[in-house]
Structures are given as C-alpha cells and as structure tokens.
Design a protein around this ligand. Sequence first.
Ligand code: FES
Length: 96
Amino acid sequence: MFLIKVEPKGLSFETDGEASLLAAAARAGVVLPSSCRNGTCRTCICQVQQGSARHLIEWPGLSLEEKREGFILPCVAVAESDLVLQSPAARFTTDS
Ligand code: FES
C-alpha cells in the first residue's frame, strides 16, 4: 500500500499501486478533476512533488517538458511509491 497526499488541501488516500491514481482517490472519497479518463484531455493533470508514479499508457498527453517537471495524468498513472501530489482542484466528495 502506498500513501498518497494531495496538496495544497492536505487530502490523502491509499492505493495498492495497481488502480489508477484517479480510481484509488475516488474509492477513498477524494475527487480529482477528470473527464476522459484515458489520458488525452488533460483535465486531471497534476504534479508529483515527491515519490514516483508511472503511466499505464505509452503516450499520455503530456509534453516532454511537463514530464520532466513531474506532471502526470492520474487517470492513467499508478503509484510506485508514496506520493505527494499537487492538485489544487482536488476535493473530498462531501465538500460542495
Ligand atoms: S481525465 Fe482526461 S487526461 Fe485524465
């Protein structure tokens, strides 16, 4: 199990490293912005500040520069370690 923290709101959820970060977050009641869920629309884009994540598809809709800066698309990415993500639009399902 990996612990994923989502800043700046200090949300967190756990993942088995097999479900996409988007799905694992949803299971824990953490809503990350999303739309296509297949790595093309970039609605879910967020930045990894600590730890490492891996994409499940070969060509996620990210530029080389974004990849270098640690941006990932959590709908098609899984955790490889504990992570700290930066996703300002993330929220708990119970928040309005
Ligand atoms: S939801 Fe579209 S790229 Fe992740």
